[in-house]
Design a protein around this ligand. Sequence first.
Ligand code: GLY
Ligand code: MN
Ligand code: MN
Length: 448
Amino acid sequence: MSRDAILDPALHRSRRQRLLDALGDGVLLLPTAAATTRNGDVLHEFRPGSDFHFLTGFPEPEAVLVAFPTGAGRHRTVLFVRQRDKSREVWDGRRHGTAGAKRRFGADEAWPIEALWQRLPGLLAGKTQLFHRLSNDAAFDRRLLEMFKALAQKHRRRQPPQHPTISDPIPALAAQRVVKDAAELAALRRAGAISAAGHVAAMRNARPGRAEFEVQAVLEAEFRRQGSPRNGYPSIVASGANACVLHYHENDRTMRAGDLLLIDAGAEFDGNTADITRTFPVGERFTEVQAAVYRVVLRAQRAGIRACKVGATWDRAHKVCLRLLTRGLVELGVLRGRLDGLLKKQAYKPFYMHGTSHWLGRDVHDVGAYQDAADKPRRLVAGAVLTVEPGLYFAPRDPRVPAALRGIGIRIEDDVLVTAKGPVVLTADVPKEIAAIEQLRASAFPRR
Ligand code: GLY
Ligand code: MN
Ligand code: MN
């Protein structure tokens, strides 16, 4: 995160305490994300691990959290971080160092990252459980196994257990993250507002003859201008038939009059991302056929949002959308037959091949179980945030589809907070009604 990201050591401490309370006695071991190479000696932009950042707020690579309960609702936090290094900092940027980890991030103890494998045995001494997710980082796990092997050899005469029980802390952490606390919600609201502003800027900017990536630049410039340091995922800016490619990323086509432009993009704020899709004409107005498809998707999306109520299953919105999209496919002349029969045989599948909702938060497809212990769809609780994103996609050469519809791809996506008083749309500041979109598009073509 940026150096200005909200620093609140008490907040992060309370998150760690909640997690440790849920896990029980043992030691939590959690590295941040690994820095990865892009090409040659160029690295990918570094983003801290979502879980690590949720629990520490610490923004730098090469950092590991160790935390364990000390009784009476308290715990001890040990951070391993990069040491301050004058010459490295000249090349790679400033570091908080061990002193900063304590002073600014509230660690009780902080050590140079190089000391992790020497210090960890002492931190684990007498503990029977280690909470660590294996398989995220093979190199880290190998070091952990080597550490246990070395310890076992050292103590082989006493025949102690070679290692503590290793349990996965991530399900408990995911359960904590899926119901947003006040700070996470504030970040999501802000991410939603910033993202909406970016989408509005893009709606003002698109023109026939411009490249998709020009609109992407305008959209993302607005994200940055409003305080978002990065996107939550790569922007999809898909004109014409490109909208039928769900994860289209080339963004390099020149837009034409008569196209629709589908933009799926979200800004990150304080580690949380929004996830918005809008579809609008590259010219001033929707054609009649485009508008007919758009109305079907919008009607489904509105009904899907209404279905996001406390106590409803999380996939209720999907079921509602499937029914309305299928009815729309009949109205559009794509499908023929009785609604229930069409739904039963999933006749919508070639034109609506993705789900309608996912949890949203630090990860765009956020953590959190979708099934309960009985393997039934989980019921929504207040504080959960999910997307509602129906669409219809008619591939350019699909013979099953009336010719006038071919090459049209439309998705409408908003982010919904579940509350006791009903669904709250966090991304409502970007228009989705046809009349409001066309009004905004008119401003892209000023009259002399
Ligand atoms: N932007 C990814 C998604 O909508 O799920
Ligand atoms: Mn989504
Ligand atoms: Mn999306």
